[in-house]
Design a protein around this ligand. Structure first.
Ligand code: BMA
Length: 906
């Protein structure tokens, strides 16, 4: 709770007494700040009073309050009744108004989910219909000594249905109506400005929350407060940067006013900057903004770089504002000082869409600080399906995991939420560029006045909040809605003209229009959709006949009918902002999430929302790995483990292909796989499971996204391997670089044959090293089934990067036998800072162990130094690091599951 002075708290009744016991004369000189009083003690009651819970603190929602187990077992369906009910969130608070004589008291709701009516002391304050919007009400005339605040939140399912029915009656239906049956979801998500995925998705359940997911505050001030500050940083010339600063204010009154702003930037400027011109010139109360430019000498600035390219230097800026009414100036009238602090980074960023080297269409690449960079990363969905349960700790774990895997870009996907300030601040300091969708995904949307005005407010508020972050690289108005429209995903063909014009009205006339309010010189113009043809969609007025054109813009690519381990099946686009394969989270994650009596395979099937069910996962597994028959007692264990290998390998191959295409005429410059994280334990495309543990894919991503990588991709037509050496570093030491090609027999430890050759790397580029015919490698005793290849990029004897090539399916390989695996020793290592503890696991084998997989059977978050690796030497040590300071008690053999593909060979 933040407050300036004299806040009284009456804890005994559960009510909070907030009082400004110091009137102006009592604390002048101390009270000259905006007072912010959080209303944090709430009671929730359902419509008929049968459910009630008191003493709840924000953030709050019906599922977290009444049924936090909604993500376990079959509870997504079993507890759905909560989403059909209406709930009242109430807060009783006392307020000492006795000495109170200041200008405005705003009651500000930073996030209500979603459709509600707000009453203060039984007077209607207003209605809300957008969880992404901040609502603020001037309440000074309504406040009393004892106050009763009620937020009546309507069932989101019922509210969405009512809106859909109204549109239907007006012959203006907006599809899709309902999700695929397999989702066990709810209909009409597109009717509400609410996290779209809360009504279900192909990776998530329906848990349509209702609640207050951000703070509720009384803000007390005289004239105006600083709400957001946008800082557009641009390079003027060799000697200066410019900060174009806009302070967006909220003013409670009906009159124009005056103000004086001071900017402190101790690391950048020798003295504070006083913006005085509004002391004379009026600031409009309708859209109050203070705008000015501030030059910063180049010599003061260390440039901000994305992860992998340099440091992420951020500079604190601190703003204070005094505002007053009339000509007398601050000394006479204002005791209100509003503050805002933020950090900025100095970088340039453009999206380069120039004629492409293949002569057709345009490039689509990000250039940061003048350097063309390959964007490596993933797609981010909300860290929790219940918005009130999204924690900084979880966000931090996910973003740090992305950084550890060498990602430099995450796409905040349009079916979730605009993330918290903490998320973007962390992205700034980790160097993760953010591709920011606005929250529209996989649907058509209504365009009536009410909806559009709510959307405009949503876009305005969120764009103003996010725009100053150096991490925010680009805004995009929607996910896949252009493709959905032109490819008739939702049966819009029968009224194509209406849907086209509605599409343009929503995204061009409204969303883009608002986004342009925060246009930056160092940020590309917003894109309308992902995928889209980027600038080439302009002549089509942003509805192109093929928004998935490989020669323009970005594409999303999925094909489950072919072999994902074969690089030949993938397209050659400019930028791939989505692609991926499903897998199942580890067996222990299922154990934690399933009910005692639940059948595991039954639960997997229930949570598999893909319209094709488990077929694509099983088909890919069966192409390569020895999956037992379903009757086999080890079927589920093998299926889970193999699904992770199959996903990791397919994503590796696809990503490596895209990375290797950067210096070809295709000029592919980005690969963001779908998806980083999960909202429950379920079959999904994620590389990190619901509990934060890495699937094999994430361990592998840390290798295949490494700044220097060796890539060996099979080319069917010539039966050869294309060896490419990828280097994202801007400078590289050329000495002693060599590649070693080891041929292994499946039946023997250590390579049977080795060849090596000297190589070079191309800084920030790809060195196309060699094309090797498979027949040249596999001669004599080696056949396609008894041998496999390992390629290492080395400096001298040190291995920088390693990859494998398996000439036959692993299920059909000859010589894979019981590896005689033993875990030889486990030692507990306490790191000095005690925050993390690490366990070393020594693994001994007598024969090659294929894709060694380790899983901890304890409910802790942990990371391994590697996982899913080929062990071809007799002894190998892996480190297991707990996120929490735990160690010694966890060392029993039975706490660790170790699997190899060998265990399942027939
Ligand atoms: C794309 C995404 C998501 C979806 C994913 C996997 O369509 O935008 O909507 O979850 O593919 O199917």
């Amino acid at each position: 709770m933040k407050y300036g002075c004299g806040l009284l708290r009456n804890g005994t009744t559960g009510a909070v007494m907030v009082g400004l016991v110091c009137g102006l004369y009592v604390c002048s000189g101390q009270c000259d700040k905006v007072e912010v009083i959080e209303l944090s003690n709430w009671t929730i009651t359902n419509q008929n009073g049968s459910l009630t819970i008191a003493n709840q603190t924000l953030p709050l929602g019906i599922y977290s309050a009444f049924a936090p187990q909604v993500l376990d077992s079959y509870n997504d369906v079993g507890l759905r009744y909560l989403a059909y009910d209406n709930f009242t969130f109430s807060n009783f608070f006392q307020f000492d108004v006795h000495h109170f004589n200041r200008g405005h008291i705003n009651l500000t709701f930073h996030g209500i989910d979603t459709v509600s009516e707000i009453r203060l002391n039984h007077q209607l304050l207003g209605r809300t219909d957008n969880m992404f919007v901040r609502y603020s009400y001037e309440v000074s005339s309504l406040l009393q000594a004892e106050n009763f605040l009620e937020v009546e939140i309507q069932s989101p399912v019922v509210a969405a249905l009512a809106r859909a029915n109204a549109l239907k009656e007006a012959k203006k239906s907006v599809p899709p109506e309902c999700p695929n049956e397999r989702y066990h979801g709810e209909c009409h998500m597109n009717m509400l400005r609410k996290m779209q995925a809360s009504f279900s998705w192909d990776w998530g359940p329906a848990a349509p929350s209702a609640g207050i997911w951000k703070n509720v505050e009384l803000e007390i001030y005289e004239v105006a407060v600083i709400r957001e500050v946008d800082v557009d940083v641009s390079r003027v010339n060799g000697s200066y940067w410019n900060m174009h600063i806009r302070c967006f204010l909220d003013a409670g009154g009906w009159q124009n006013f005056n103000g004086r702003l001071v900017l402190y930037a101790v690391e950048l400027l020798d003295r504070p900057v006083v913006v005085d011109r509004y002391a004379i010139k009026n600031i409009s109360h309708l859209a109050p903004v203070i705008e000015f430019d501030q030059a910063v000498p180049n010599g003061k600035v260390v440039t901000w770089w994305p992860n992998g390219y340099g440091e992420q230097k951020l500079y604190p800026l601190h703003f204070t504002l005094k505002t007053w009414l009339g000509p007398d100036g601050p000394e006479v009238r204002s005791k209100t000082k509003s503050h805002k602090s933020l950090r900025v980074g100095f970088r340039t960023l453009d999206l380069v869409e120039d004629p492409a080297p293949d002569g057709v269409g345009n490039t689509f690449l990000f250039r940061v600080n003048g350097v063309e960079m390959f964007m490596k990363g993933s797609n981010y969905i909300p860290s929790h399906l219940l918005p009130e349960m999204q924690t900084n700790e979880q966000i931090s774990h996910l973003l740090r995991s992305a950084k550890e895997a060498h990602m430099n870009m995450l796409r905040v996907w349009g079916g979730g939420v605009y993330e918290s300030d903490y998320f973007y601040q962390l992205a700034d300091s980790l160097g993760l560029l953010i591709w920011q969708d606005m929250m529209f995904a996989c649907a058509m949307y209504p365009v009536n006045d009410e909806f559009l005005s709510s959307v405009r407010e949503e876009v305005r508020q969120n764009a103003m909040r996010l725009s100053h972050h150096p991490s925010v690289a680009i805004f995009v108005t929607n996910n896949e809605n252009e493709a959905a429209l032109v490819q008739n995903w939702y049966g819009t063909l029968f009224e194509r003209d209406r849907f086209e014009s509605e599409y343009r009205e929503l995204y061009l006339a409204n969303v883009i229009h608002e986004l342009k309010l925060v246009s930056h010189s160092s940020r590309p113009q917003p894109l309308v959709s992902s995928p889209s043809n980027g600038k080439a969609s302009e002549p089509d007025n942003y509805i192109s006949s093929n928004p998935q054109d490989n020669q323009n813009g970005d594409v999303h690519f999925y094909d489950y009918t072919k072999d994902g381990w074969d690089p030949g099946i993938f397209p050659r686009p400019r930028f791939v902002s989505e692609f991926g394969f499903q897998s199942f989270p580890g067996a222990y994650a299922w154990q934690r999430s399933k009910g005692e009596d639940d059948d595991l395979l039954g639960l997997i099937t229930h949570r598999q929302h893909h319209p094709l069910g488990n077929v694509p996962v099983i088909a890919l597994v069966e192409r390569h790995l020895p999956l037992p028959f379903p009757e086999n007692e080890n079927y589920a264990t093998a299926l889970i483990y193999f699904s992770q290998i199959a996903q990791a390998m397919a994503t590796k191959v696809e990503t490596e292909l895209y990375r290797s295409l950067r210096d070809t005429p295709h000029r592919t410059m980005g690969a963001l796989y779908w998806q980083l994280n999960d909202v429950w334990v379920a079959p999904s495309w994620s590389s990190i499971d619901f509990y934060g543990n890495w699937k094999l894919l994430h361990y592998w991503a840390r290798d295949f996204l490494a700044p220097i990588s060796i890539v060996a991709l099979y080319e069917k037509s010539t039966d050869s391997l294309n060896i490419s050496l990828i280097c994202d570093q801007l400078e590289v030491d050329p000495r002693e670089l060599n590649v070693v090609a080891n041929v292994h027999l499946w039946s023997q430890l250590l390579p049977r044959q080795s060849t090596s050759w000297d190589v070079t790397l191309r800084p920030n580029g790809v060195q196309y090293d060699k094309v090797i015919a498979i027949s040249d490698l596999l001669q004599g005793e080696f056949t396609r089934t008894n041998a496999f290849l390992e390629l290492q990029l080395r400096r001298g004897q040190d291995v920088i990067s390693r990859t494998h090539f398996f000439p036959s399916s692993i299920a059909g390989a000859v010589g894979i036998e019981d590896p005689g695996l033993e875990i030889a020793s486990r030692t507990c290592l306490n790191t000095t800072n005690v925050v993390r503890n690490s366990v070393s696991i020594s693994i001994q084998v007598k024969r090659p162990a294929v894709f060694v997989y380790l899983e901890l059977l304890k409910p802790y978050r942990y990371t391994l130094s590697e996982n899913g690796f080929m062990q071809t030497e007799p002894m190998h040590v892996v480190y297991l690091t707990f996120d929490a300071p735990l160690c010694a008690r966890l060392l029993r053999k039975s706490d660790l599951r170790v699997l190899t593909v060998n265990d399942f060979m027939r």
